[in-house]
Design a protein around this ligand. Sequence first.
Ligand code: 13P
Ligand code: SF4
Length: 331
Amino acid sequence: MNLQKAIETLPQKGFLDLDVPKNIDLVKEINRLRQEKNAVILAHYYQVAEIQDIADFVGDSLALAQAAAKTDADIILFAGVHFMAETAKILNPDKKVLLPDLLAGCSLAESAPREQFEAFKKQHPDHVVVSYVNTSADIKALTDIVCTSSNAEKIINSIPKDKKIIFAPDKNLGSYLIKKTGRDMLLWDGACEVHEEFSLEKILALKAEYPEAKIIAHPESRDYILNIADYIGSTSGLLKYVQNSDAKAFIIATESGILHKMAQIAPDKILIPAPPQHDETGCACAECPYMKRNTLEKIYLALNYELPEVNVEEELRKKALVSIERMLELS
Ligand code: 13P
Ligand code: SF4
């Protein structure tokens, strides 16, 4: 396919469908392009190992938003999913933000369509709206304060006790926060298709096999998984727990990409991914199909052609920025 045709098919395919020359060293080329173009590569912990290894910065959603807010690069290449790149663009209207594959979405973000959410908000005009960062710019523009799983408790606790709260879109994280903060929040009915899939039965079978293992879970998981967890936290929280705990083995209920970083920071520990109910990939682990759309080849093409780019219409950007900045001030 030639470049013109690849650009035309970008909206359907999500990425530039061009052949990458067979004889090139991808990592070397990515390094060259990043230097020439003053680009920074930000990657989430759920990316495949080889992407985490070439990134300038690897982090959780909060740390990535903070890194995006303070970078002086001209180009931000986001090795993550769409809402993350969109957040980076909202914070950096003058920088070029690249997402290697535009179809790297998020089931949670998709579970809150703008029109329905706007109508829901109108029915509860006296509520403060707190939205998880896993939302579209449209939802952020309808939100008072954004949060991530790292700072959600702090953000909820910062809201005066007499105020009513809508929490969107993750009902699992929302229920967990109700228990943690004691606040009676109105929850949007959304969920992450990856974290909802963990099998209680299979996790308990692993626990029987490794009785000394600690079960650790991301709060997007269902309550029956969280109820048996020794520790619940964001991706960075899970990493810190594994690093600092005296335990030798861990059953980890979140996307399996994080095991790469865990193995690097805690090489002596036994890391067991928690299995989903339906094991489509055969890895007995959870894989986010959106996060895993990114590849080194797509990163190379994106940096080379500076496409696909994520843009946000200016009026919408300004509205969405307010709720993100409130979060960053409180974090
Ligand atoms: P973290 O903010 O914990 O990195 O979570 C991001 C995410 O998409 C979880 O599924
Ligand atoms: Fe979205 Fe779930 Fe994938 Fe995270 S793991 S990006 S919440 S679909």
